[in-house]
Write a protein that binds this ligand. Structure first.
Ligand SMILES: *Cc1c(COP(=O)(O)O)cnc(C)c1O
Length: 396
């Protein structure tokens, strides 16, 4: 992807057709009576929340889900009008912002409720809130024994409407027997809490518990909405997650060969001399490093594609660059395309395998690709938009 007017040394490609495909496939899987709420926190897992929001809504997604209020405001300012849920904790001081921009907060204490109520009164709005129930993640939310009192207190507060209730699973992506039992128990605790609230005479129009893994593995838990993050980007959270929906990966990370040289045996490569050549070695310099979010843990461990063949990283990954052993690729040339994530020729490097290589989740890796890497948005194989931190106002 090199254009003469704004050439890119290293860049990410986001395939909006793949994202649209994933949305349609998920919609087909959940059926017409369940809302699809793409989770676009963390700048849509590093893909770019504004462009991904537009793509998912155009493809039929119903809500947009973010983690922070400022993520929601960013999307509203970009013209995204869909119902928007904020998953993360919001301070009482954020109440005016939430209400002004029609963001639906997750609530877990009365200080939040009172601030939201005051904001609702000031702006003449009724504020839709979602109650989070902690059923075993030990993170956000009220505990089951606190639920009914909390709901009663909210119901007594003006300008607030409880639109929904939700919980989050801790091991829905794990297939081991005790993990499956744990997920079922979390669901049972949630349904018991829901039942208790309904029996007390309150309404809960939109209940939701499923992340990507549960959406794929547990159709009986879809309720009124599912919250899918990684599935939107085309990433299966783990090997244990059933391939009930054919997802297409949407993210590629690419660069160029920036230098080629043949070093004699005994040559040390990069900081710390952690790699020393044993034979004449053809080394390619790739200008992507941990300053781009390309993790230093990939030192002497990762690999990339050059001319459709895998080449190993040798030596440490530096802030701005790393080195590949391309000795076995005879025709490699300066400025050849290097694919660090994605497809080249007949081979493909997936974020799932890089996550596994690093002992982390596949989405941590993509989420952490920094804004220094321009995001190039593709449709039908054509560039439709470029998001570049450094582009604004720049000339060539
Ligand atoms: C991140 C998140 C999700 C989405 O998780 P995926 O596994 O990426 O689908 C859903 N719900 C909550 C509460 C989350 O924090």
């Amino acid at each position: 992807m090199t254009s003469n007017e704004w050439p890119l040394l290293s860049w990410a490609e986001v395939d909006l057709d793949a994202i649209a495909h994933n949305v349609r496939a998920l919609k087909a899987h959940i059926g017409p009576n369940v809302l699809l709420g793409p989770v676009l926190k963390g700048n849509a897992y590093g893909h770019g929340a504004v462009e991904v929001s537009k793509a998912v809504l155009e493809a039929g997604a119903d809500w947009i889900i973010v983690n922070r209020s400022n993520e929601g405001v960013q999307l509203r300012q970009a013209g995204i009008a869909a119902p928007m849920l904020v998953l993360g904790y919001t301070l009482p001081q954020e109440a005016m912002r939430l209400v002004r921009w029609d963001l639906k907060p997750t609530v877990s204490n009365m200080q939040q409720i009172e601030a939201l109520s005051a904001a609702g009164a000031a702006l003449g709005k009724t504020v839709d809130v979602h109650v989070k129930l902690d059923t075993g993640l030990g993170r956000q939310g009220v505990l089951p024994h606190e639920l009914l009192d909390f709901v009663r207190a909210i119901a007594r507060t003006p300008h607030i409407r409880i639109e929904g209730m939700y919980t989050h699973f801790s091991v829905a992506d794990e297939g081991a027997e005790d993990s499956v039992a744990y997920t079922r128990r979390q669901f049972d605790i949630f349904m018991a809490g829901r039942e208790q609230v309904l029996r007390a005479g309150f309404e809960l129009p939109i209940c939701h518990v499923c992340n990507t893994a549960a959406t794929l593995n547990w159709p009986e838990m879809h309720l009124q909405m599912v919250r899918c993050g990684s599935a939107i980007e085309g990433v299966y959270p783990s090997k244990d997650v059933r391939r009930t929906v054919a997802l297409r990966p949407s993210f590629a990370l690419k660069s160029h060969v920036a230098r080629l040289k043949v070093l004699p045996p005994g040559s040390a490569i990069s900081y710390g001399r952690t790699y020393v050549t044993e034979r004449p070695t053809k080394v390619a310099l790739v200008p992507v490093g941990f300053g781009d979010g390309y993790r230093r843990d990939l030192s002497n461990k990762g690999y990339a594609l050059v001319r459709g063949r895998r080449a190993n990283i040798i030596g440490r990954v530096c802030m701005d660059q790393h080195m590949l052993d391309v000795s076995h690729i005879p025709d490699v040339e300066l400025h050849d395309e290097v694919v660090l994530i994605g497809r080249q020729g007949d081979d493909e490097i997936t974020v799932e395998e890089l996550g596994a290589l690093l002992g982390t989740s596949p989405f941590e890796f993509v989420t952490c690709i920094t804004p220094r890497i321009p995001r190039v948005y593709m449709r039908g194989g054509q560039v439709v938009h470029v998001e570049d931190l450094f582009r604004d106002g720049a000339e060539g």
